[in-house]
Design a protein around this ligand. Structure first.
Ligand code: ADP
Ligand code: GLC
Length: 492
């Protein structure tokens, strides 16, 4: 089977996809892109590991007969891989192919620091080519995401591209998070399974330094590179944001573009959010106020409903700028009426900070450690402001959810935050949030105080909320831009 006339055959490779496996935005984005391409009539097929955490019975995946117990050799390592097919739940029938290999994907977490972490995803990448061959499917585009599948362009160039099925295939690499690069020791070079002689295509300087960097090879060999916002596309070409890959990115600058993520309105829409008992829209904001009252009671917050409520939903990692809050939040909480609801998990120092803040400001601060999808929707809906002071943010989804939910984002001007939140100008009444520049605590403190000053002026605040709620972040735009990238590659 191939795509309908004018439609594209797109093989989407990802280490996580919602709702099957998720640690962050990557899962939501690959799921939404698959759904949106499928709805557009493209022959999109998504390939991802069959982690042991995925509910097999609920998914009702069928084994693909030609793809059972395939041997895969990577250096000295031997695996047996099977491929199962299912429909991605909630994606309108878009197909997902699950790479089953318990030796690799039956672990306590999706990602590990085990010594074979690189092998887990080299195996995934090679299994995708084997699957396409077994399905006799010829993708026009292999769309890789992050370091996990970034070797696909190199493998296509060294081996698979010689096969008739893949001779015309082109590759796209989307960088969602440049902070994770898939670096492993050069001593493990055989694990790549490259044909003899082809190790000359590896980045020689890294090799000499004793390492192999998966993401760098995607950057060097993909036909097109994208990241998840235009501002971040410019940022990663600089030493400040390039995380050591800026030289390689600058060498491919012509191939690099930024496509801001979208919002999946089936999941995130205050008019019909299935996680919420009440709904609202810009002309009927009473539902939001009622949700806030319920939320305060549910979380044990004792502040009056008029007191502004700030929300945080985040992976607790250095990227997210939580350390700016260490100084800024206690100061602002001590001086002004403000409540805070934070949800997140990650590094201990950030969890300890929020837990300590909750003890220092009882009834005004609540922190839930862990991952809780339903609670994240409540925080978006019940909050008045939402804090994202990120050190870097390739796109960010929560600031866009916040805008849709009338929850005013307070963000640092970086990456996708800069591209999706427009600073509010009280003179013109334009803008959707509060934006600060410098990565330091006084800047965040200023932004919080500015937001609270605006909150105290209901005419401005309602305007801000409505401005944000009127913005369109639908996936249609982003999908159109990806299709543009695919078409330019296939036409070349
Ligand atoms: P990143 O991918 O860098 O973590 P994004 O803003 O792109 O950042 O996406 C994060 C996604 O993960 C959002 O949908 C957010 O709501 C969700 N999320 C993060 N932490 C939690 C948590 N503790 N509980 C529920 N959802 C979370
Ligand atoms: C990454 C980024 C985040 C982005 C997400 C999905 O994890 O940190 O900014 O929204 O990927 O693209």
């Amino acid at each position: 089977m191939s795509a309908a006339p004018g439609k594209l055959a797109v093989c989407l490779l990802t280490s996580e996809v919602a709702p099957l496996s998720k640690t962050g935005g990557l899962a939501e984005v690959t799921g939404a892109l698959a759904k949106s391409l499928h709805a557009g009539g493209h022959d999109v097929r998504l390939f991802t590991p069959f982690y042991s955490s995925i509910d097999r019975a609920a998914l009702a995946a069928r084994p693909v007969p030609a793809l059972e117990q395939l041997p895969l050799a990577l250096g000295a390592h031997r695996y047996l891989i099977s491929v199962l097919e299912a429909q991605l739940p909630g994606a309108g029938g878009a197909p997902v192919y699950l790479i089953d290999c318990p030796a690799l994907y039956s672990r306590a977490t999706l990602y590990t620091s085990d010594p074979d972490e690189h092998l887990r995803f080299i195996a995934l990448t090679r299994a995708v080519f084997a699957s396409c061959a077994g399905l006799n499917w010829s993708p026009q585009i292999f769309h890789c995401n992050d370091w996990h599948t970034a070797f696909a362009p190199l493998f296509l160039r060294t081996e698979y591209g010689q096969e008739a099925l893949f001779a015309r295939s082109r590759t796209v690499l989307t960088i969602h998070n440049i902070g994770y690069q898939g670096i492993f020791p050069a001593a493990d070079i055989a694990d790549l399974g490259l044909p003899p002689g082809d190790s000359r295509l590896l980045h020689q300087h890294d090799l000499a330094a004793g390492r192999i960097n998966a993401l760098r090879h995607g950057i060097l060999y993909a036909g097109a590179l994208t990241t998840v916002s235009p501002t971040h596309a410019r940022e990663i070409c600089t030493a400040q944001y390039g995380m050591g890959l800026d030289d390689s990115l600058r060498s491919r600058e012509d191939a690099l573009s930024g496509i801001l993520n979208g919002v999946d309105y089936d999941e995130w829409d205050p008019r019909r959010d299935p996680c919420l008992p009440l709904h609202y829209d810009p002309d009927h904001l009473a539902g939001k106020a009622a949700l806030k009252r319920r939320f305060l009671a549910r979380m044990g917050l004792t502040t009056a409903p008029e007191v502004p409520l700030a929300g945080v939903v985040s992976r607790l990692a250095a990227q997210k700028g939580i350390e700016l809050m260490f100084e800024a939040l206690p100061k602002v909480l001590a001086k002004r009426p403000l409540a805070l609801a934070a949800l997140g998990s990650g590094e201990a120092k950030y969890e300890q900070f929020f837990a300590g803040l909750m003890r220092s400001f009882p009834g005004r601060v609540v922190f839930e450690s862990g991952y809780d999808e339903e609670l994240s929707h409540w925080i978006e809906a019940a909050g008045d402001l939402f804090l994202m002071p990120s050190r870097y943010e390739p796109s960010g989804l929560n600031q866009m959810y916040s805008l849709c939910y009338g929850t005013v984002p307070v963000v640092r001007r970086t990456g996708g935050l800069a591209d999706s939140v427009e600073p509010y100008d009280p003179q013109s009444g334009r803008g959707t949030g509060v934006v600060f520049n410098d990565f330091d605590p006084p800047a965040l403190e200023w932004a919080l105080n500015t937001a609270l000053d605006l909150y105290a002026q209901p005419a401005h605040w309602t305007r801000l909320m409505r401005n944000g709620m009127s913005r369109d972040f639908s996936w249609q735009r982003a999908t159109g831009e990806y299709v543009g990238v695919y078409r330019r590659l296939t036409a070349a």
